[in-house]
Design a protein around this ligand. Structure first.
Ligand code: FMN
Length: 338
């Protein structure tokens, strides 16, 4: 029997496959099916800063239209939930429902960018039973005057604020667009993060050539996207105590195994489960076990990180040196240029 267990933010998981933040956690029945399929923990869809702000604005408008002043509202004139839904309440209730029915750990997720105090809601998530929190700072740095240092400072301030109100572990979900990722990860560790999830996928606006409109289309990930994660996890493994989570491009046991080999502690799944259902998770687990038993691995701990950068005979192959080799290896298809 292969021991697939792994550590995740100080929690012991039975295996490294964890559905990541997505609609998969919106419904209790789907979450239970994922648990049955073998998921070892569940990251909930995010509580979005924008949703909460929109609801604040909606409550304010309601109060203004109703001619109710704040002090009266405090006295019990606040609209009831039937009139103005409260995103936070809904999220907390759902978290409690998941916690009461699932045996696996449940991670709540906060998603936002501004330094306006919204991360204080982390306390409510902790009190509702979240085993850990994931903070996704989905920030597109589009301002001429905002330096890279200021972008990093934004993440660190949000982490600091969240850290000051919760004591459950905090996972930072990062984009791949940092100029010096190892340095930034080290600073997140010093600031009290317990893990990093690499990498968030930015959804890219597209242009419809017929209507000349900007369109938002959701593209699920492709397996090739795992390669970016493989490189950076390989570089980080052994250089930080943080839990390393891989998110992006895991569609089969092959990507999952490669990510573990370079040092991931857990492997997140969203697109592949959205596209193929919970059975895909069971297949990936079976594929991992098959591969490991053929090669006589006894545990995930044994293979984890064994091919990270520091264990490679040529460590530079994970950095620049492979660049030249790869470029040199290109050969056009016969007949294309002749
Ligand atoms: C439909 C959909 C909804 C998602 N919702 C969230 C979310 O609420 N919060 C979040 O941090 N990430 C969200 N993600 C990102 C995923 O958690 C994951 O990081 C990303 O899709 C890469 O993993 P994948 O290749 O397995 O899809 C979402 C992804 C998809 C496809």
């Amino acid at each position: 029997m292969i021991d697939l267990s792994t550590d995740y933010l100080g929690l012991k998981l039975k295996n490294p496959l964890v559905p990541s933040a997505s609609p998969l956690s919106r419904d209790l029945d789907t979450a239970l099916r994922l648990e049955d399929a073998g998921a070892s923990a569940l990251v909930m869809y995010s509580l979005f800063e924008e949703e909460l702000q929109a609801e604040d604005a909606m409550t304010e408008r309601f109060l203004r239209h109703a001619g109710i002043g704040c002090s009266e509202a405090e006295d019990g004139f606040l609209p009831d939930q039937g009139d103005v839904c409260n995103g936070l309440e809904r999220y907390l209730e759902h978290l409690q429902r998941l916690k009461s029915r699932l045996e696996i750990p449940v991670v709540a997720s906060l998603n936002g960018v501004s330094l306006s105090g919204w991360v204080e809601l982390g306390r409510a998530l902790q009190e509702a039973g979240a085993d850990a929190l994931e903070l996704n700072v989905y920030h597109v740095a589009a301002e001429m005057l905002e330096s890279g240092e200021a972008v990093e400072a934004r993440y660190l301030s949000l982490l600091d604020e969240l850290r000051s109100v919760v004591n459950v572990p905090i996972m930072m979900k990062l984009s791949p667009l940092f100029s010096s990722l190892p340095n930034f990860v080290q600073r997140l560790e010093r600031a009290g993060a317990r893990g990093v999830a690499l990498f968030n996928r930015f959804y890219q606006p597209d242009i419809d050539l017929d209507s000349l409109c900007v369109v938002d289309r959701l593209h699920l990930s492709l397996p090739e996207e795992a390669l970016l994660r493989i490189r950076w996890l390989s570089i980080l493994h052994g250089r930080t105590q943080l839990t390393l989570a891989a998110t992006g491009g895991v569609h089969s046991h092959e990507e999952a195994l490669k990510l573990l080999l370079v040092g991931a502690d857990v492997v997140h799944l969203a697109s592949s489960l959205l596209a193929h259902g919970p059975a895909r998770l069971t297949q990936i687990l079976a594929g991992m076990e098959r591969w490991m038993s053929e090669r006589e691995y006894e545990s995930v701990a044994q293979l984890k990180g064994s091919m990270s950068q520091r264990h490679l005979p040529d460590p530079a192959s994970m950095a620049r040196s492979s660049y030249l080799r790869v470029l040199d290896s290109f050969t056009p298809r016969p007949g294309v240029w002749s």
